[in-house]
Write a protein that binds this ligand. Sequence first.
Ligand SMILES: Cc1cc2nc3c(=O)[nH]c(=O)nc-3n(C[C@H](O)[C@H](O)[C@H](O)COP(=O)(O)O)c2cc1C
Ligand SMILES: Nc1ncnc2c1ncn2[C@@H]1O[C@H](COP(=O)(O)OP(=O)(O)O)[C@@H](O)[C@H]1O
Length: 276
Amino acid sequence: MTDIRNSTAIAIGGFDGMHIGHQQLFRALDEKSTIVVIETGYANLTPKRERESFSHYPLLYLELNEIRHLNGEEFIAFLKDKFPKLQKIVVGYDFHFGKDRKYSFNNLKELFDNEVVVVNEVTLHGDSVHSHKIRAKLQIGDIVGANAFLGHNYTIKGTLVSGQGIGKKELVATINLEAKEYLMPKEGVYVTLTRIDDEEHFHPSVSFVGHRITTDGSFALESHILDGEVICKERATISFVSFIRENRKFDSLDELKKAIHKDIATASKELKFLQL
Ligand SMILES: Cc1cc2nc3c(=O)[nH]c(=O)nc-3n(C[C@H](O)[C@H](O)[C@H](O)COP(=O)(O)O)c2cc1C
Ligand SMILES: Nc1ncnc2c1ncn2[C@@H]1O[C@H](COP(=O)(O)OP(=O)(O)O)[C@@H](O)[C@H]1O
């Protein structure tokens, strides 16, 4: 296993999302590098250790409370203690640290006796890429926009829970998931790809996020697999591709069923098109 104490370069930030702005920082790292994650407790795009799926560098997690009181000199000393061979610190143009976020990259440059790389603002179509903007896009169902900022599909890993038991009998079979640590996209129906347990591949799927206002009104995150019956034992991963329609209250299960079949046709068509 890599010993992170041998790292010669680090990138620092919150890194919720591991979006294209963050990826730009990682490009400035060297072979022996570590990503230093400052945990604020608000990460809900790539909560906890999910950030690890989006980089091959090891990650060191620091609680914000551990470092928020440090002044510039103390912060550098803290980093040097963790990384005795440190030669390069990589941060973005808006990186701040210390009490009241008082210190910026300028202070790092003044105080660190080696290289400080400051990555310029990463934008997409003139819009600055940030985690809070990705959250805002997901909350209005703009999956395509969120995915473009992320540089990958928005992905939720959930644990299997039981549903109401009417899906399979009266509608279509679904895998019901719980994923409390993630930001839920706007309520509605989505074209998705779903990975079951530890399978290596994703299945084409259509997913519902929201309160089942037509049936029992409870909240659900559920995925219907399009390429045949599957058995899910413990968990599944939903990768969001695009938004199909809003959540609706139907007058009967029959009408809901018709709508679901239309959703299935939409998702199949879009995913076939993507695979071409
Ligand atoms: C593709 C799809 C679309 C759905 N759309 C709606 C909807 O618009 N309104 C709603 O109340 N429930 C919707 N549902 C959720 C169903 O109400 C739910 O699957 C049904 O209540 C069965 O739940 P169960 O799996 O817990 O038995 C949708 C489910 C799927 C798979
Ligand atoms: N759009 C961007 N362009 C360049 N650097 C960025 C961008 N977004 C974040 N960074 C840098 O990445 C690191 C992590 O930032 P963080 O505050 O966690 O991201 P966000 O602003 O997306 O929540 C910081 O060093 C920050 O300056």
